[in-house]
Write a protein that binds this ligand. Structure first.
Ligand SMILES: Cc1cc2nc3c(=O)[nH]c(=O)nc-3n(C[C@H](O)[C@H](O)[C@H](O)COP(=O)(O)O)c2cc1C
Length: 191
């Protein structure tokens, strides 16, 4: 099973990355056949969608912008599962994650016909300072509807709350985080 892991936080090994690694560990305990490809968006040269509409031309499979997004979007096209992680910034996903996800518009042919193979599995990891798990329903709905519209077989959101004031990495030891990561790992592998 091929899994693409995308860290949308500028912090390479912050809370978001820690939470995603816990999911990977949980998934690995379910299946030994995981191939993991990790990407840190902030370290990539990634342009936003230019609205060129070349992705709607016949025979074009995805976004044509020639930057680091090409390899990542190709990997996402072919992978069986995605783990997408972002901290909440100003009430939404980070700019880095938005740049990438706008470019998944290229997976759609005219009339919103999906070119992306259906049936992938997805987990969105959302970390936030606020303690209320539903403080950012907009972010949960954003990912849930993206998974649904891309015809994923399953699309879960893991919300990690109250990260502010904790040392970076402390979340890895919080029991509630371990439990939700374990459930997310199961959802990812379907076992
Ligand atoms: C610029 C900035 C904006 C933030 N905005 C919010 C916010 O709107 N709501 C919230 O709950 N936390 C907010 N936070 C806190 C982060 O979401 C939280 O600390 C997150 O776990 C950081 O993840 P990281 O360690 O992977 O970077 C913000 C942090 C930064 C740096």
């Amino acid at each position: 099973m091929r899994v693409v892991v995308v860290n949308g936080s500028p912090r390479a090994d912050g809370n978001t990355n820690k939470a995603m690694e816990l999911i990977i560990q949980a998934a690995k305990s379910k299946t030994h056949t995981l191939e993991i490809n990790r990407y840190h968006l902030d370290a990539l040269s990634l342009k936003g969608c230019q609205g060129c509409m070349m992705c709607k031309e016949p025979g074009v499979k995805m976004c044509i912008i020639e930057d680091d997004g090409q390899a990542l979007l190709r990997d996402m096209f072919e992978a069986d599962a995605w783990i997408l992680g972002t901290p909440v910034y100003m009430g939404h996903i980070t700019g880095q994650m938005k740049l990438l996800l706008d470019r998944t518009y290229g997976y759609l042919a005219p009339g919103f016909v999906l070119k992306l193979p259906a049936g992938k599995r997805g987990v969105a990891v959302i970390t936030q300072g606020r303690r209320e798990p539903d403080a950012y329903r907009n972010v949960i709905e954003f990912f849930s509807s993206m998974f649904e519209r891309r015809q994923f077989a399953s699309g879960e959101c893991m919300v990690v709350t109250g990260t502010d004031g904790r040392a970076c990495g402390d979340i890895a030891f919080a029991s509630e985080v371990l439990a939700t990561a374990s459930a997310a790992g199961e959802a990812l592998t379907g076992s």
